[in-house]
Ligand binder design. Structure first.
Ligand SMILES: Nc1nc(=O)c2c([nH]1)NC[C@@H]1CN(c3ccc(C(=O)N[C@@H](CCC(=O)O)C(=O)O)cc3)CN21
Ligand SMILES: O=c1ccn([C@H]2C[C@H](O)[C@@H](COP(=O)(O)O)O2)c(=O)[nH]1
Length: 277
């Protein structure tokens, strides 16, 4: 993932110092884009070891519509704990908006069903997308994530926002807009997650995985990640692993972690970094 390392270098070279909601401080550039062809391998960073289980289970959890951390915890994933209430609630974040966008008559719309249906029946459509920016439920930035949840709002507004799909020559491509990107911790997760979702959707719709394209809005490195970023930039990227789907589940909602096999993942060691809350 040379593209990813180039983005980190770009932020180091051109980033402006900006204060941020968490009080940590960042170096930031605005609006960057990179692409990766899934035929060239699965984009799991090799310059530091990533916890693929967290990434896959988080995606399965989003698709299930769940917005409580209990299932994640049972499945060894702790990445959402800091934003949840004592009872594990995160408010109507991703899973709720993706699968049960509330409607004015008290019903809901499943945007994932729409995407799958569109890919199968109208793949030339230019409207194959879903998004999570439901303005009615966005948090109040002056309140804590937990107080927002208690007020019926999201703990955090979506960062990975708009997913658009495109089919040509039997290949499924996807582009994602990330409005705010924690380039050291969050972006490697978001990249692998988009690649996984695209591969799953391709399987469900009898397509081959194509390209993924990621656009990051506020593209930042937290001030307490600088040393980790420099360490990572000294490492040479290795061959990307391959993702194999071991089963053909009945629907996009039926995938389990055991259905995914990552072959040939030989990353450099993990680099720990504190997450800004
Ligand atoms: N500041 C910030 N960055 C994020 O990336 C982020 C948030 N907040 N809030 C909501 C979610 C939660 N996400 C997270 C949270 C923590 C890690 C993290 O600490 N990753 C560690 C390993 C943790 C593990 O997988 O068990 C890492 O080294 O990658 C990653 C993504 C992505 N999002
Ligand atoms: O999937 C995700 C979720 C979150 N992030 C990062 C981006 C920011 O550093 C914070 C969110 O803070 P805001 O003040 O709401 O922008 O979390 C990410 O990179 N990827």
């Amino acid at each position: 993932m040379r593209q990813y390392l180039d983005l980190l270098q770009d932020i180091l070279d051109h980033g402006q110092r900006k204060e941020d909601r968490t009080g940590t401080g960042t170096y930031s550039v605005f609006a960057r884009q990179f692409r990766h062809d899934l035929a060239d391998g699965f984009p799991l960073l090799t310059t530091k070891k990533l916890h693929f289980k967290s990434i896959a289970n988080e995606l399965i959890w989003f698709l299930s519509g769940d917005t409580n951390t209990a299932w994640l915890k049972e499945n060894g994933v702790s990445i959402w704990d800091e934003w949840a209430t004592e009872s594990g609630d995160l408010g109507p974040i991703y899973g709720a908006q993706w699968t049960a966008w509330p409607t004015r008559d008290g019903g809901s719309i499943n945007q994932i069903d729409y995407v799958v249906n569109c890919l199968r029946t109208n793949p030339d459509s230019r409207r194959i997308l879903f998004h999570g920016w439901n303005v009615e439920y966005l948090p109040d930035e002056s309140m804590s994530p937990q107080d927002n949840v208690r007020a019926g709002r999201m703990a955090l507004p979506p960062c990975h926002l708009l997913y658009q799909f495109y089919v040509a020559a039997g290949r499924l491509s996807a582009q994602l807009l990330i409005r705010s990107s924690d380039s050291f911790l969050g972006l490697p997760y978001n990249t692998a997650s988009l690649a996984l979702l695209t591969t799953m959707l391709a399987q469900q719709c009898d397509l081959e995985p194509g390209e993924i394209i990621i656009t990051t809005g506020d593209s930042h490195i937290y001030s307490n990640h600088l040393e980790q970023v420099r360490t990572q930039l000294q490492r040479a990227p290795r061959a990307l692993p391959k993702l194999e789907l071991l089963r053909h589940p009945d629907s996009i909602y039926d995938y389990r972690f055991e259905d995914f096999a990552i072959h040939g993942y030989q990353p450099h060691p993990h680099i720990a970094a504190p997450v800004a809350v």
